[in-house]
Design a protein around this ligand. Structure first.
Ligand code: HAM
Length: 535
């Protein structure tokens, strides 16, 4: 069997990883100058964390997460399966006693695990440990009555109680529901609350980088395992200057990377005071269109009218565009505070010389946003051209159980798309230029003879300690073959060490670009290589 990477995931090979490293390094440097520190987050979290923050109704949570139920106690699963599928009849004494003993044992174990918080304390599990013992007692009574008077009525009662027990058993959750993270803002907020970061002075500024997982239909720039570089600011202030500075930081990074042609779009989607009234307006307008003839909205849009009408504004369906353009706009229905906040964000962007365009349809696909939302597109990406998305999420910390006073704003860059855009624009060419992988190979050290090998091992160590990239053949090769390999590896120099050189206390250095060769003592070799590198 031949294994291949699964659908929507891919390997990032060394030719490309050099550029990835450069991008990540630039982000560390730029974010560092804005006072951000790195947080490393787990890739697995409780499914509920994303359901509550990103939103149950969003595509990400409802369709795209890779989720599973953890199974830390496999014996409980077997136990339960035995109880659910065990053939039990009222007329048979031994199986009933066995069933009762097993069910009691199961409930006991379950209660112990719940008490130690080793299993999720769902209402269903708590109900099961309370109800099953009572149902077992009733069952036993019926069983005993049946021994005196074997009526079919008792038989029905027995079966009914038994089915109740089985329902309770089925409802018990025997492990945490976990998901591979589809994004990391929820994790940052979870960590912020878990580690009591609200006591830290000033704003807490964190950045992260790493893989995210969404079961989307793969295409250029869209993967199931993709990478993000993100940053979040959490703290008591929601000053518009924070929004503008976060965006400025992004722009500095893109500038540093020579990413040209980016377009920044901004919007405000209001707050819990003004958005509900706007949503009703929007829904009413959409219902009117829905009920008119001829039909002008697609199935997905129709569904969203009731569940999540803001997302209708996201529609890319060509035939719906004219209709959507005439819908009420949130920016015309902001409350005074949101309007003032939005105006100030724009003023502060201007102050920093950051060009932007306003897009009233920029609502984003995650539920936690309020007020400022923004997105940046980059060239060369086709339809998946959003290289970064972000926004303010002031209520999220409170929603996840933290202090109501903590506000938040942040963004995530799609690293795959950023790299792709750099490559498309030629900035990320691997050969030559700043993206060359770690400077390439400085020295290929060709040795000939056992004594030369010993000397070569020592020399290589000293060269590497001095920071040169060196390749040392592990076995002796013929001269021509060895130098041929040095060429193919694109080494800048072949350093040749044979018996003659050893005896003379020198090495031969060949510059592979033009074949010039000279003999040097070790200390001269180092300064020669250093000069060649700087050149
Ligand atoms: P998002 O818009 O879902 O926001 O993702 C941010 C960026 O991740 C997108 O603009 C895109 O570049 C990239 N991205 C998303 N899905 C994929 C995919 N399937 N394949 C490749 N790239 C992808 C968030 O995730 C928010 N957590 C951002 C945020 C941080 N908001 C506030 N703080």
């Amino acid at each position: 069997m031949k294994f291949q990477a699964i659908k929507g995931v891919r390997d990032i090979l060394p030719q490309e990883s050099a550029l990835w490293n450069r991008v990540e390094q630039a982000a560390r440097e730029v974010f560092g100058t804005f006072g951000f520190a790195e947080i490393r987050l787990p890739i697995l979290e409780q499914t509920q964390l994303f359901a509550r923050s990103v939103g149950q109704e969003t595509d990400i949570v409802s369709k795209e997460m890779f989720s599973f139920q953890d199974d830390e106690f496999p014996e409980l699963h077997e136990f339960r399966a035995f109880l659910i599928f065990h053939q039990l009849s009222i007329s048979n004494t031994t199986p009933f006693d066995l069933f009762k003993a097993q069910a009691t044992g199961f409930v006991g174990k379950l209660a112990r695990h719940l008490e130690r918080s080793e299993l999720p304390k769902t209402p269903e599990s708590l109900r099961a440990i309370k109800e099953i013992p009572l149902l077992l007692m009733t069952l036993e009574k019926i069983h005993q009555e049946y021994a005196q008077d074997a009526s079919s009525q008792l038989q029905d009662k027995f079966d009914l109680n038994l089915s109740h027990i089985r329902e309770h058993l089925r409802a018990v959750q025997l492990g945490d529901n976990l998901s591979l993270r589809p994004e990391a803002t929820a994790s940052v907020v979870r960590a912020y609350i878990e580690h009591g970061m609200q006591v830290l002075p000033g704003n807490v500024k964190l950045y992260y980088m790493g893989p995210m997982f969404r079961r989307e239909r793969p295409q250029k720039g869209r993967y199931r395992q993709f990478y993000q570089i993100g940053a979040e600011v959490l703290g008591a202030s929601d000053a518009p200057g924070i929004d503008a500075e976060v965006i400025e930081m992004l722009m500095r990074l893109f500038e540093r990377l020579n990413l040209m042609g980016t377009v920044l779009s901004v919007n405000s989607i209001g707050c819990k005071n003004c958005r509900p009234a706007y949503l009703e307006r929007l829904r009413d307008a959409l219902r009117e269109i829905r009920d008119a003839w001829p039909p002008r909205l697609e199935h997905d849009t129709l569904r969203r009218i009731e569940s999540n009408p803001l997302r209708v504004l996201d529609s890319k369906v060509e035939s719906e565009q004219a209709v959507i353009e005439k819908l009420p706009r949130i920016t015309d229905h902001l409350c005074a505070e949101c309007r003032a906040h939005y105006d100030e964000v724009k003023r502060q962007l201007g102050l920093r010389g950051i060009a932007y365009q306003e897009n009233w349809r920029l609502v984003r696909g995650l539920d936690y946003y309020m007020r400022t939302t923004f997105e940046i597109t980059a060239p060369g990406l086709g339809s998946q051209n959003a290289v970064c998305g972000g926004g303010r999420y002031d209520g999220l910390v409170e929603l996840l159980g933290g202090p109501a006073t903590t506000k938040g704003i942040g963004f995530a860059i799609g690293t795959d798309r950023l790299v792709l855009s750099l490559q498309e624009s030629g900035v990320g060419e691997v050969s030559g230029g700043p993206a060359r992988p770690a400077g390439g190979l400085d020295v290929y050290l060709a040795w000939f003879g056992a004594a030369a090998q010993t000397a070569a091992v020592g020399l290589v160590r000293r060269l590497r300690d001095a920071g040169f990239v060196v390749e040392l053949p592990a076995v002796e090769m013929k001269f021509g073959k060895s130098l041929g390999l040095a060429d193919r590896l694109k080494a800048r120099h072949a350093v040749i060490l044979g018996e003659d050189e050893l005896a003379a206390g020198v090495v031969a250095v060949k510059r592979l670009a033009d074949g010039t060769q000279q003999k040097l003592a070790e200390q001269d070799l180092f300064s020669y290589l250093r000069a060649a590198r700087d050149f």
